[in-house]
Design a protein around this ligand. Structure first.
Ligand code: F6R
Length: 259
């Protein structure tokens, strides 16, 4: 075991399969929803949360009512409208909204096709102000971004337009026909909005996330590793698989392993 300080205020759960991890996060989500008259979920897109969405859909099919749930998404590409197959609006329709009884009145995503993006960011901040997030679901970029808060000298607190970094464009090119088709900008929820969530679950799966996972909870916070700021939050669960956890486990020894 190396001599590093692991911030153990974060709960860490390591699963054998992404499917099991998704079921675990769906169970946490159900506990947030049940007994809350107007629960608010902060949601993410990308590969990471898809097993969770499938598990939540399965719970819905088993009777979990989502009609009173409000959802606020983290981000959207600039320039893609809701019908674009690579837009995050479209992703959410496909992976969650269309398969549950979430009301379209209660699902919010920044509009990347808005004519005035500054106004759109202000509009989205008003939505966030009116809907305090009970549970924020996060993935993490290979460079440590959360939402699309990219590594930088400063992190912005509120919803803003961000220029995506080359590594993010390269990583997300897998969803597009070619790299050139990946939008260069996005609208993202700011760091303060994420940190104001009552509870945060960050999921990371696969070997390509091992390096960044090992940097999340070292005891140091850096704007160049945006995800490290989660150490300032009191209620974070890291949900990993064995591959994404490998370097963390090598550094610190077995941590809270969930069999
Ligand atoms: C997406 C988002 C991003 C992703 C991250 C990981 O809404 O906020 O931070 O969570 O880029 O993406 P995947 O899950 O595709 O590896």
């Amino acid at each position: 075991m190396k001599e590093c300080v692991l911030d153990m205020s974060m709960t860490i759960r390591i699963f054998d399969t992404v499917r099991d991890a998704g079921i675990y996060v769906a169970t946490i989500t159900e506990a947030v929803i049940v007994g809350n008259q107007s629960p608010v979920l902060g949601l993410a897109t990308g590969d990471t949360p898809t097993a969770f969405y499938q598990a939540l859909i399965n719970l819905h099919r088993c009777g979990l009512d989502l009609s009173q749930v409000t959802t606020v998404n983290l981000d959207e590409y600039v320039g893609l409208d809701a019908n674009h197959p690579q837009s995050y609006h479209y992703f959410m329709q496909m992976h969650l909204f269309s398969q549950t009884n979430l009301s379209s009145q209660n699902t919010f995503i920044p509009n990347g096709a808005a004519p005035n993006l500054i106004q759109e960011c202000a509009r989205y901040d008003e939505i966030l102000k009116a809907h305090a997030i009970d549970l924020q679901i996060l993935g993490v970029g290979v460079n440590g971004h959360i939402g699309f808060n990219e590594p930088a000298d400063m992190l912005l607190t509120n919803t803003h337009v961000v220029t995506l970094r080359e590594e993010t464009i390269a990583s997300n090119a897998r969803f597009f026909d070619r790299t050139e088709a990946v939008p260069r900008q996005a609208i993202t929820m700011g760091i303060q909005s994420i940190l104001q969530s009552k509870r945060i679950v960050l999921m990371a799966f696969g070997a390509e996330k091992a390096d960044i996972v090992a940097r999340i909870a070292t005891g140091n916070v850096s704007t160049n590793i945006p995800v490290s700021i989660l150490q300032l939050h009191q209620n974070v669960v890291l949900v990993l698989d064995r591959e994404s956890a490998r370097q963390l486990v090598d550094n610190y020894g077995e941590v809270n392993v969930q069999e």
